[in-house]
Design a protein around this ligand. Structure first.
Ligand SMILES: [Mg+2]
Length: 327
C-alpha cells in the first residue's frame, strides 16, 4: 500500500479528531458508540452511500467528495425536520488514495461538522479493489412525534419548493461537457450548485408542525413529488411557470429550452418539496424567512391521483419523458 497510513494510524490521526466533541464515541477507541437520546426526543436515522463513477465523477476533489457524502445524508434529515447530531462512516478506499488525499477528505469533513454542529461517532475503514465508496449513517433528533413524513399531503394543500431547481443538473452537465456555457460566472455558479449541496436543515426544522408532507429533491422534482403523492395517496397539479429557476438557468433556457425537462428530472438539487394547507401560508412564509431560505408555491395537491404539469397558457404539458404521469 503506497504512502497511506495503516488503519489504526488513519483512525488515530485523521478520524479520532472528528469524534472528539462527541463523548459517546470514546475517541473511536471502543467497538461501538454509546449514547442516549435527549429526553422527549426521537432519533431520526438515515443512510446513504456514494460510489465513485456512480454518484460523483471520478475526477472530483477529496473536498467535493466529502461534502457530497455528508450533505446527501444531512439533506435526508432536513426532509424529516430533524436536527443532525452525529454520524457513522464506512470508507471503502482503493489503494491509490494516499495520506494527502485522506487529509484533505477529513479536513473537509471537519469543516462541515463545525458548520452543522455534529461529530463523527464511529465507522469502519477498509481497502477495496473496487471504486472509492463512502457510506454514512447520519443521526438527528426531533421533539417526539414531530418528524416530517412523505405520507401526510392532503387534497387542497399547497405545494412549495425551496431555492431553485435544476442548477445541479446543469452543473453536472457542464463538468461532463454535455453542456457548454460561455459566461464564466454562470458556469461557476452552476458547477458549485452541483458540487456543494446545501441541505435545508433550518427550513426542515422550522416546518415541523406546519408541513403536511416533505421530501428532499435527490431524484429530481418530478420523481420526488411523485414520491410524496404515492405515499400520501393523492395527486398534484404544478404550474411550470412557478418552478423557481436561478438567473444562470434562466439565461441558458432562452437558448436551450430543451434543458428544462432535464432540470426537472435530473435530481441532486437537495432542496425541499413540501405541502401545507392554504390556511398555513402565512406561517409557512414566516418559517422560510426564519430559515433564511426562499420558497416558491408551485401548485396544489389534488384528490385525483395523477401528476399534472400546466404550462403558462393553462394547457397540460406533455413531457418528452412520458406525458401525463399516472401512478
Ligand atoms: Mg431523500
Amino acid at each position: 500500500m503506497a504512502n497511506r497510513p495503516g488503519e489504526f494510524d488513519l483512525i488515530k490521526s485523521l478520524l479520532a479528531p472528528l469524534a472528539k466533541t462527541f463523548p459517546g464515541a470514546m475517541a473511536l477507541t471502543d467497538d461501538a458508540a454509546v449514547f442516549a437520546p435527549r429526553a422527549g426526543h426521537e432519533v431520526v436515522v438515515t443512510k446513504d452511500a456514494v460510489v465513485a463513477g456512480v454518484h460523483f465523477l471520478t475526477t472530483e476533489s477529496p473536498e467535493a467528495i466529502a461534502a457530497r457524502a455528508l450533505s446527501v445524508n444531512l439533506s435526508d434529515l432536513a426532509a424529516m425536520g430533524a436536527t443532525p447530531t452525529t454520524y457513522f462512516m464506512a470508507l471503502m478506499l482503493p489503494e491509490e488514495l494516499d495520506a494527502d488525499w485522506l487529509g484533505r477528505f477529513t479536513g473537509q469533513l471537519a469543516a462541515q461538522q463545525e458548520a452543522y454542529g455534529i461529530a463523527l461517532a464511529g465507522g469502519d475503514t477498509v481497502s477495496t479493489p473496487g471504486p472509492l465508496a463512502i457510506t454514512i449513517t447520519a443521526l438527528g433528533e426531533v421533539p417526539a412525534g414531530t418528524a416530517l413524513i412523505r405520507g401526510g399531503a392532503c387534497s387542497g394543500d399547497d405545494i412549495y419548493v425551496s431555492g431553485c431547481i435544476g442548477d445541479a443538473t446543469l452543473g453536472l452537465a457542464l463538468l461532463k461537457k454535455d453542456l457548454a456555457i460561455a459566461d464564466e460566472n454562470d458556469r461557476r455558479a452552476l458547477i458549485a450548485r452541483h458540487r456543494t449541496p446545501m441541505p435545508r436543515l433550518r427550513l426542515g426544522q422550522s416546518l415541523r408542525g406546519l408541513a403536511s408532507a416533505a421530501i428532499d429533491v435527490s431524484d429530481g422534482l418530478v420523481a420526488d413529488l411523485e414520491h410524496i403523492c404515492t405515499a400520501s395517496g393523492v395527486g398534484a397539479e404544478v404550474r411550470l411557470a412557478s418552478i423557481p429557476l436561478s438567473p444562470p438557468a434562466r439565461r441558458l433556457l432562452t437558448d436551450g429550452p430543451a434543458w428544462f425537462d432535464k432540470m426537472l428530472s435530473g435530481g441532486d438539487d437537495y432542496e425541499l418539496i413540501f405541502s401545507a394547507p392554504p390556511a398555513s401560508a402565512g406561517d409557512i412564509s414566516n418559517a422560510a424567512r426564519e430559515a433564511d431560505v426562499a420558497i416558491s408555491r408551485i401548485g396544489q395537491i389534488t384528490e385525483r391521483r395523477e401528476l399534472r404539469w400546466i404550462d403558462e397558457n393553462g394547457q397540460p404539458r406533455i413531457f418528452a419523458s412520458g406525458g401525463w404521469k399516472h401512478f
